[in-house]
Write a protein that binds this ligand. Structure first.
Ligand code: ATP
Length: 194
């Protein structure tokens, strides 16, 4: 996957629209303490579908919305867009996540409303995502070293691009169980008719 652009508005300290072009090769983000470097990595994880407010260093998900300063009022929404080539076969995708106070999050892929699950699957198939071990936040290296075998396996599966298959398998199993229940009920009804 190649991330080409990250656009933020109202996200954490990025109250004004910011548009970052990410060129091929190594990209470094430098700046004084508290200028928002970690917020950028969090924006990337967030647009990929992060559901844990705690891992975004907040108490609730709305804490990602610009909270206001002495000179600027708070915002009512935050929006992050990422433009990425997920794999070689597809055209580039624009994925947008938006959160509004009191209304929760909404996602769009190339202008089409989608579910959080669709976004998670798109990134999982490209061997990345909000929990990808490729996104290493402060303090995460220790956590990866100390991970239990099961957690390490999940990281390897994510890196191998098969995490999405587990989600699809769970969905398929659920549908299978529902169909089996329907068939049992059908048998009962047929039995009653005979
Ligand atoms: P360091 O180098 O110390 O790790 P950093 O450059 O990574 O710092 P961040 O941790 O990304 O900085 O940004 C912290 C800043 O973001 C703080 O000034 C904090 O007040 C601000 N911030 C976080 N959430 C919000 C929010 N919801 N609204 C406004 N500002 C926010």
């Amino acid at each position: 996957m190649q991330i080409k652009r990250l656009r933020l508005t109202g996200f954490k300290s990025f109250v004004d629209p910011a548009d970052l072009r990410i060129e091929p090769g190594l990209t470094g983000i430098v700046g004084p303490n508290g200028c928002g470097k970690s917020n950028l990595l969090e924006a990337l994880r967030w647009v990929m579908g992060e559901t844990s407010a705690k891992s975004m260093r907040g108490a609730g998900m709305e804490d990602v919305i610009f909270a206001g300063t002495a000179t600027r009022p708070q915002r009512d929404f935050a929006e992050v867009a990422v433009v990425a080539d997920l794999d070689d076969q597809q055209d580039e995708l624009e994925i947008i996540r938006r959160i509004e106070r009191g209304a929760g999050s909404a996602y769009r892929i190339n202008g089409r409303d989608v579910r959080a699950k669709d976004v998670a699957l798109a990134f999982a198939d490209a061997a990345t995502g909000a929990h990808s071990p490729a996104l290493v936040s402060q303090g995460r290296i220790g956590a990866i070293i100390a991970a239990k075998p099961g957690e390490r396996r999940a990281m390897l599966e994510e890196a191998a691009g098969i995490a999405g298959l587990h989600v699809r398998r769970r969905d398929a199993e659920q549908k299978l169980r529902a169909t089996e229940t329907n068939l049992t009920r059908l048998d009962e009804l047929i039995g009653e008719q005979e």
